[in-house]
Design a protein around this ligand. Structure first.
Ligand code: ZN
Length: 115
């Protein structure tokens, strides 16, 4: 997934979460920190654009406190994205599915080469 696209999804989720949960129109300090953290981690991700969405990633590179926060955000905003931004949500879902297929394929290929 492209870095820019992924950030777009995450940013949307955090903003939605903050607006509903913290009643902020603009991101509060806490959520801004989370978004900055996500951006930084994503930028440093060793998989680059070839990788899956961070929530599906094999390596969980987030530190525990941030991981917990983003988990909360995803849990809250994930299902709601369909309502507020279906286009982005569908993009994200199709990207996830595509990636799962890809992973399966790779597994099969690995199994073959190991024989
Ligand atoms: Zn907030």
């Amino acid at each position: 997934m492209q870095e820019q696209k992924e950030i777009q999804v995450v940013e949307f989720m955090i903003k939605l979460y903050c607006k509903k949960k913290h009643k902020c129109d603009n991101l509060c300090e806490q959520c801004k920190e989370l978004l900055d953290y996500v951006k930084e981690r994503r930028h440093k991700c060793p998989f680059g654009d070839n990788k899956t969405f961070c929530s599906n990633c094999k390596i969980h590179c987030y530190k525990p406190s941030m991981k917990e926060k983003i988990r909360q955000v995803m849990k809250y905003s994930g299902p709601r994205m369909m309502i507020y931004n279906p286009r982005l949500a569908i993009q994200h879902i199709s990207e996830t599915i595509k990636n799962k297929h890809q992973q399966k394929k790779e597994k099969k290929q690995n199994a073959k080469t190991q024989k």
